[in-house]
Design a protein around this ligand. Sequence first.
Ligand SMILES: CC(C)(COP(=O)(O)OP(=O)(O)OC[C@H]1O[C@@H](n2cnc3c(N)ncnc32)[C@H](O)[C@@H]1OP(=O)(O)O)[C@@H](O)C(=O)NCCC(=O)NCCS
Length: 168
Amino acid sequence: MERDAEEVHIRRALKHDLDAIERLEMAAFSHDQLPRDSLRYYIGAPSVSMLIAEAQRGICAYALVAFHRRSIVGRLYSIAVASDCAGRGVGRKLMSACEASARLRGAHWMRLEVRPDNGGAIALYRNLGYRQFAEVEDFYEDGSNALRLEKPLTAEALTRPRPRPSRM
Ligand SMILES: CC(C)(COP(=O)(O)OP(=O)(O)OC[C@H]1O[C@@H](n2cnc3c(N)ncnc32)[C@H](O)[C@@H]1OP(=O)(O)O)[C@@H](O)C(=O)NCCC(=O)NCCS
């Protein structure tokens, strides 16, 4: 049975969202969770966009994109959708908002890492036009590799040399 698309509002994360964001992070990942102190630091930090998806029943997803000075690449650090909101287009909507935010900051590319066994996330990213450009060995805490994916965000990205992959 097809589920209805979730009505969500995307906005910037605020300090009072910290508990909800931490709950999402802890529920979504069994390894490499961002600790509460880091999440607190990132909310409102100038070097990142932290976005929240809010449904009528409350916060159901968050995403974090980091930007380095003078870089034309935004880097998706985390995206987590609550399991009871999954499969309703929230992840896709949040990713689009992250990309829009990256463009506003002058980024021409988005890059991210994903575990090779995370089929749902890989399907989401491929569906949105991300392509693998590298694989990093022993990337995660448990020794798992990471696939590195990227997507051009602007027409201009395709007219320039690809930015060099950062060292991991
Ligand atoms: C991966 C995740 C962000 C997807 O969010 P979501 O809101 O469920 O995804 P959406 O409903 O927006 O799905 C959009 C597309 O992604 C793909 N997709 C998402 N989840 C999928 C799954 N479990 N299996 C297969 N495809 C999936 C589909 O192509 C889907 O398009 P469709 O609905 O037209 O088939 C979410 O499951 C999650 O938070 N997982 C745990 C944390 C995580 O793994 N984060 C990524 C770390 S790199």
